[in-house]
Write a new protein. Structure first.
Length: 385
C-alpha cells in the first residue's frame, strides 16, 4: 500500500481510538471498527494483487473494495467536521488540499533546505567541488521518496518530474562532457530551469519567477477579448493597490503559478461576464473598477499573502448555498495551490464563502455585516512558511 493511503488510514485509526476512548465499547464504535478493518483488508488485497476464491480478478477486487468503502462511509460518524464523501475522496484522490506544504516544497528550489533542489537550479557557490551527478542523485532520491506528493496538485508533480527528466538526461550529458553545471551553459537545461522558476514563484523580477500583475493583466485581456468586451473594458478598469510598482514588490511568494492562472482565468471570465457597474448594467471603463491588492501579514515565522480582487458594486442574487455548490465545482484548480474565499451579498444577506474541499456547508457559509462587502470579492490566500 502506498504512503498516501497508509497515512490516511493511520489517521482514521487514531480517530477511531479517540471515539472508543470517549464512548466506550458501544455498538456504533464496534460497527465503525468492523467496517474500517474490512476496508484495510480489501485495499491491501487490491494493492498487492492477492486473489481469493470469492474475488478472482483485479476488477472484482476493486469492486469489493468500493463496496466496503461505501459501507464504511455510511456507518462512520467520526468525521463530523467534513462531508461524508471526503472519506472516499481522501483515500482515492491523487492530491489532498494543503497550500502550505506546496509552498514549503517550492521554497526549497530557492533556498537550501538540505534536499539539493536549490543546487540543481542555481549556479554552484563552489564550482571546483560541485558534482552535478551527485547533486542530481540526492535530489532525485528525495523526490522519489517524498511522501508529501499527496498534498501537491497533480500538474505540479508532472512539472517537477519533467524538470528532473531534463536534468537527468541533458544535464548529466553536459556535465560528463564539460564538468560544469549546465545552467547558463546548455540551452535546453537553462530553458527548462527558467520555465520552472516561472512556474513556482511570483516575483518582482522576471528572471526569478512570474510577475503577478502581468499574469493578471494578460489573463484579463484574453478573457475580455474572448467575451467580445474589448471595446468596453479598458486597461484602466483593473487597478493595483496601492500602485502597480508597490503591488509587484509585495507580491513575492512561492506558489503553483500555472494552476493558479488556470483557476484565475475562470474567475475573471465569470466576473467580467456577470459584472454590474455602479450605473446599473453598463460595463464601461470610465465607471467600472476592479481593484486588486496584496495584503501581507506575519504568520509565525513566515508570511501569509492575500490576493484580493473586488468587483466594486457587483453582487449576486443567488442564495449562498447555490453559489457555494457552483463555486465548489470550480475549486479544483486551486486545490493545494491556495485557499479561496468569496465575499458577496447573496440573496437576503451578506456572506463569506469558504471554498475548502469537503468542509460542511454549515461551516462554509459565514454571515458577515453588509459594511464588510463593497462588491463581489475573491480572496486567494498563499503561504510563505
Amino acid at each position: 500500500m502506498d504512503a498516501r493511503k497508509i497515512q490516511f488510514l493511520i489517521g482514521i485509526q487514531r480517530e477511531i481510538d479517540k471515539l472508543e476512548a470517549q464512548e466506550g465499547d458501544t455498538p456504533k464504535v464496534e460497527k465503525v471498527k468492523s467496517r474500517f478493518y474490512d476496508v484495510v483488508e480489501v485495499k491491501e488485497m487490491v494493492i498487492y494483487g492477492e486473489k481469493t476464491k470469492a474475488t478472482e480478478t483485479d476488477e472484482q477486487l476493486n469492486y469489493e473494495y468500493d463496496k466496503f468503502l461505501s459501507d464504511f462511509m455510511n456507518t462512520t460518524y467520526i468525521f463530523d467536521n467534513i462531508e461524508k464523501d471526503s472519506v472516499e475522496a481522501l483515500v482515492t484522490r491523487k492530491s489532498i488540499h494543503s497550500p502550505k506544504i506546496t509552498a514549503k516544497l517550492l521554497k526549497s528550489f530557492k533556498y537550501d533546505t538540505g534536499n539539493s533542489f536549490k543546487k540543481l537550479v542555481h549556479s554552484p557557490n563552489d564550482p571546483d567541488t560541485f558534482n552535478f551527478i551527485n547533486t542530481y542523485d540526492e535530489a532525485k532520491t528525495y523526490w522519489n521518496d517524498y511522501e508529501g506528493k499527496i498534498f501537491l496538485h497533480k500538474k505540479l508533480v508532472d512539472r517537477i518530474d519533467k524538470l528532473f527528466n531534463v536534468l537527468g538526461t541533458e544535464g548529466i550529458k553536459f556535465w560528463l562532457s564539460k564538468n560544469k553545471h549546465p545552467i547558463y551553459e546548455d540551452i535546453n537545461v537553462t530553458l527548462a530551469i527558467q520555465e520552472f522558476k516561472k512556474a513556482y514563484r511570483f516575483s518582482d523580477e522576471e528572471s526569478e519567477g512570474s510577475i503577478l500583475s502581468k499574469c493578471i493583466r494578460n489573463i484579463a485581456k484574453e478573457t475580455v477579448y474572448s467575451l467580445s468586451f474589448s471595446d468596453k473594458f479598458g486597461d484602466n478598469a483593473i487597478t493595483y493597490l496601492p500602485n502597480e510598482e508597490r503591488f509587484d514588490i509585495k507580491a513575492v511568494f512561492f506558489a503553483d503559478v500555472f494552476s493558479f492562472e488556470i483557476g484565475l482565468k475562470t474567475q475573471l471570465q465569470s466576473m467580467i461576464k456577470h459584472s454590474k457597474s455602479v450605473d446599473r448594467n453598463k460595463l464601461i471603463s470610465e465607471t467600472k473598477k476592479i481593484p486588486i491588492k496584496i495584503q501581507r501579514d506575519q504568520l509565525n515565522e513566515g508570511y501569509i499573502y492575500h490576493v484580493i480582487i473586488c468587483d466594486l458594486g457587483s453582487y449576486t442574487v443567488r442564495e449562498p448555498g447555490v453559489l457555494l455548490k457552483e463555486l465548489r465545482d470550480q475549486a479544483k484548480s486551486f486545490y493545494s495551490v491556495c485557499d479561496w474565499t468569496v465575499v458577496s451579498r447573496c440573496g437576503d444577506g451578506t456572506f463569506k464563502l469558504i471554498l475548502q474541499p469537503f468542509l460542511k456547508e454549515s461551516d462554509s457559509i459565514i454571515p458577515i455585516p453588509d459594511s464588510d462587502c463593497q462588491g463581489f470579492t475573491h480572496i486567494f490566500t498563499f503561504y510563505d512558511v
